[in-house]
Ligand binder design. Structure first.
Ligand code: SAM
Length: 170
């Protein structure tokens, strides 16, 4: 088996990782930011193994056993006067005209590169758009996560790629 069987589809500064250089993981992001990009955290950097767009990934079908998808969740006016400016430097932002198709395309790509019986972890924050809307866009039902009613804004969802049986298969 290839030793890179985990994919982080938009790694950003890898803040959620306990081991930020996990040896079995490929970290991708659409951008790179050198140390110093963050005003108060001078050592923070965004340094993906590969610069790649999660909407069109350069990996073969079923390449990974585990995929984590933590896309941007904020909209921005893009100016330093925006109170969320620093957060957007870290996390990127959604584009008002295309965000639904961007997220859908990203999710579909994560699903495509996920192996059968593989796990997809999706993380979302309800600050701008509610999780129910996101789950509708993605069109798949998670196994478990944060159901409606949870007051915490950050939500994790776990999907498994269970192959669908074709007609006549048992
Ligand atoms: C919420 S942050 C990820 C934070 C990360 N999980 C962490 O632990 O620090 C979202 C990331 O998605 C990246 N991103 C946005 N659009 C992307 C795209 N089309 N393809 C790949 N990465 C993208 C942003 O650059 C940003 O770094």
């Amino acid at each position: 088996m290839n030793d890179k069987f985990i994919l982080d589809a938009c790694c950003g500064p890898r803040m959620m990782w306990f081991n930020k250089q996990h040896p079995n993981t490929i970290y991708i992001d659409i951008r790179k930011e050198s140390k110093g990009y963050h005003v108060t955290r001078p050592n923070r950097e965004i340094n993906p193994d590969v610069i790649m767009d999660f909407r069109k990934m350069d990996f073969a079908d079923k390449s990974f056993k585990l995929v984590v998808f933590d896309p941007p969740h904020l909209f921005s006016k893009g100016s330093p006067s925006d109170s969320k400016f620093n957060m957007i430097r870290d996390y990127g932002c959604l584009h008002a005209e295309t965000w639904q198709s961007d997220i859908k395309r990203g999710f579909d790509e994560c699903w495509r590169v996920l192996d059968d019986y593989g796990i997809l972890i999706f993380k979302w924050n309800d600050a701008c758009k509610k999780r129910a809307e996101l789950l509708k866009i993605m069109g798949k039902v998670p196994l478990f996560g944060h159901p409606n009613g949870s007051k915490i804004p950050t939500h994790w969802f776990c999907f498994m790629k269970i192959p669908e049986l074709k007609k006549g298969e048992k």
